[in-house]
Design a protein around this ligand. Structure first.
Ligand code: THU
Length: 137
């Protein structure tokens, strides 16, 4: 799936964000190797620390459906004046499922897309050695 199409799905998801406190809607669209897409939105809470970002909710939706073969994720931040990159926590979580082969696209509008990948967003990764070679992952 091309970046623009994936971004359009993220933008569509952002309309469903639950962001009454920040008023900053985020939508994510995560595509698997066969083209299946899982969406996520930010879900805020009046106990602010419980907020979960759109990216991590998209990952959770995919995992719940038994998928983790991620090809790309697009993140839409329509309330921002510039493209907003995934937060630190989301970078770590995305890096769990891919590196330079896992594309990450973010933007506040269709003509402002920034293209990178999970490895570049989370360099000098540590702790992958905890995944034993050959172990179920
Ligand atoms: N947010 C995301 O959903 N993803 C990001 O990568 C950045 C931040 C959300 C969290 C919060 O609901 C709002 O955006 C403002 O930080």
């Amino acid at each position: 799936m091309d970046d623009s199409k994936l971004y359009a799905l993220a933008q569509e998801a952002a309309l469903s964000a639950y962001a009454p406190y920040s008023k900053f809607r985020v939508g994510a669209a995560l595509v698997c190797s066969d083209g299946t897409v899982f969406k996520g939105v930010n879900v805020e809470n009046r106990s602010f620390g419980l907020t979960v970002c759109a990216e991590r909710n998209a990952v959770a939706a995919a995992l719940a459906a038994g998928r983790k073969d991620f090809a790309a994720i697009a993140v839409a931040t329509p309330d921002a004046a510039y493209p907003v990159s995934p937060c630190g926590a989301c970078r770590q979580v995305l890096s769990e499922f891919g590196g330079s082969d896992f594309r990450v696209i973010f933007g506040n509008a269709p003509d402002s897309l920034v293209r990178t990948d999970a490895e570049r967003l989370f360099p000098h990764d540590a702790l992958h050695e905890l995944k034993e070679p050959g172990a179920a992952d």
